[in-house]
Design a protein. Structure first.
Length: 235
């Protein structure tokens, strides 16, 4: 019996890990789409929609827990991580120039666009470039890290900032992860809400940049849809 090619296995595992997160993000986007499609002036339709959202959110939370656990044990066993292909020029001017030139071969996108069912590849924040990203959650975490590096004192105040609470009263950042629906540590004891669709993440990033006195147009996003960046069986 022939053993599978190690490179093929490596690429397949990377793709599976990426697909798990993509499915989670797409399910969040689908939930938003269905909710927005409901006629909120129709009491019967609204009541049915609320019942759907409650059931859907619970199942999605269960799915998120399961996929996170699956991803963790696969990464632990194989030592393959979705972020292995990321490259950043934050600390190397020459490398930053090369990454920027590579990203600029594609069309840049702005935070106020609709990113439903689209996937990120990289970003340039005030001239600092990062590429090789596979999920919106990861893009959010990396932007938070850059902002922490630029202004650590302001970063420590995020959990208390009034402009980082949603219209429904949900905090975007907290020192206590139990105050968030799903969280990721982003440094200095601060946790970020990550149970968000692509558009929800981009809205949080937009508000975050304003807190740091950075115009939102100083962030350019680049998508995976226009490039052959996905792992393939014969890559």
């Amino acid at each position: 019996m022939n053993h599978p090619d190690p490179k093929w296995i490596h690429n397949r595992i990377r793709k599976i890990l990426s697909d798990l997160e993509a499915i989670r993000e797409n399910l969040l986007a689908l939930s938003d789409d269905i909710w927005l499609s409901i006629d909120h002036n129709d009491n019967e339709a609204l009541q049915e929609g609320i019942q759907f959202k409650i059931a859907y959110n619970q199942k999605l939370a269960d799915f998120d827990t399961l996929t996170s656990e699956l991803s963790a044990i696969v990464q632990q066993r194989t030592r393959i991580h979705p972020e292995d292909d990321e490259q950043t020029g934050v600390d190397d001017a020459e490398h930053n120039k090369r990454i920027t030139e590579d990203l600029n071969r594609d069309e840049p996108h702005a935070l106020d666009e609709n990113f439903t069912y689209k996937r990120p590849y990289g970003f340039i924040l005030q001239g600092q470039a990062t590429k090789g990203i596979t999920t919106w959650r990861r893009l959010f975490e990396l932007i938070c890290r850059q902002l922490r590096q630029r202004d650590p004192d302001r970063f420590k105040t995020l959990a208390d900032h009034p402009d980082l609470t949603t219209a429904r009263g949900h905090p975007s950042f907290s020192r206590d992860p139990d105050h968030l629906r799903a969280s990721a540590p982003v440094g200095d004891g601060i946790h970020a809400e990550i149970n968000l669709s692509a558009n929800g993440i981009c809205d949080t990033i937009r508000r975050l940049l304003i807190v740091f006195d950075i115009p939102p147009d100083q962030l350019q996003l680049f998508l995976r849809e226009n490039r052959n960046a996905e792992p393939t069986d014969d890559a």
